[in-house]
Design a binder for this molecule. Structure first.
Ligand SMILES: [Zn+2]
Length: 288
């Protein structure tokens, strides 16, 4: 019988917050099944040689991430997850209750759909039109897709999503130009994506990546993420000097960070991506 001393640092930034940061427990490993266990939720196991502890996190899309350091076996990591099931269920429950009903189902194209465009609930309509190329119009009062009667719903949704991604790019460019000008900084390249666990990132070379889903947040939240990433150009860390610069640009920044903490998970449920097993793991910049 092997008694293994395990510890966890539950990652505050990757998903929902937890209070037990260094919580040592003892587990009787031999009493647990060694091979794959069936959990009632998707679990992504990630071997991370740099990790110091076995770690369980629930990310914004409701995925449970199990980080396995070099010294631990998968069986040990799974046993640890088993010991944390109650906490995981609690986090998943919170996630569910924070997500509006409409976000949890695909668009129905029945005239009753809505999307939170720039943080405001906006009706989504399908206007039957015989166009050779369907079109999408985004206005504050309504989102309208003009497409023939026989267009499949899936295609309408794809079309809408592509338009929103383009719009997010235009908006991001605008914000980057405005804020970079105010900061006296230069950015080089913008990438718009749909990462699971981060809203933005910034490389020392000035490549800024942002989630298109920021278009679904209030405009000031989008602006905050842009400012946050730009401030990483001179300060590639989360040091007091970094936060000082953010505060100088946007004194009320913490309101917007809090908004993301509270509602960020919900943004991931709209026009959800199909489950893809080989999605790249989240990278550096997770907001605390
Ligand atoms: Zn950051």
């Amino acid at each position: 019988m092997a008694l293994v001393r395990l510890s966890t640092t539950l990652n505050r930034e990757e998903g929902l917050s937890v209070s037990d940061r260094h919580d040592f427990i003892e587990l009787n490993i031999s009493s647990l099944p060694q091979d794959s266990m069936n959990f009632p939720f998707p679990v992504q196991e990630r071997v991370n040689p740099k990790a110091r502890y076995i770690r369980v996190a629930v990310n914004a899309t409701g995925e449970v991430v199990l980080t396995i350091p070099r010294y631990a076996t998968k069986a040990e990591a799974r046993a640890f997850l088993v010991s944390r099931l109650e906490w995981v269920r609690e986090q998943l429950g919170k996630l569910e209750s924070r997500t509006p009903e409409a976000a949890r189902r695909p668009l129905r194209w029945d005239g009753a759909d809505v999307l939170p465009l720039r943080g405001t609930e906006t009706p989504v309509r399908w206007s039957r039109a015989s166009l050779s190329r369907p079109q999408v119009r985004l206005l504050p009062e309504a989102i309208t897709v003009f497409a023939p009667q026989d267009t499949r719903h899936e295609l309408l949704t794809r079309l809408l999503k592509r338009t929103l991604i383009n719009e997010a790019r235009l908006e991001a460019e605008d914000l980057l130009n405005q804020e970079a000008h105010r900061l006296g900084l230069r950015w080089r390249e913008l990438r718009i994506g749909d990462p699971r666990a981060q809203w933005g990132s910034c490389t020392p070379e000035g490549v800024i990546s942002l989630s298109w889903r920021l278009l679904l947040a209030p405009p000031e939240v989008f602006r905050y993420v842009v400012i946050h990433e730009l401030c990483h150009l001179p300060h590639p860390d989360h040091s007091p000097r970094f936060w000082g610069l953010v505060a100088q640009q946007m004194p009320e920044w913490s309101l917007h960070r809090d908004w993301l903490k509270r509602h960020g998970a919900g943004l991931h449920r709209w026009l959800a991506r199909p489950p893809d097993a080989d999605a790249p793991p989240p990278q550096a910049d997770l907001f605390g």
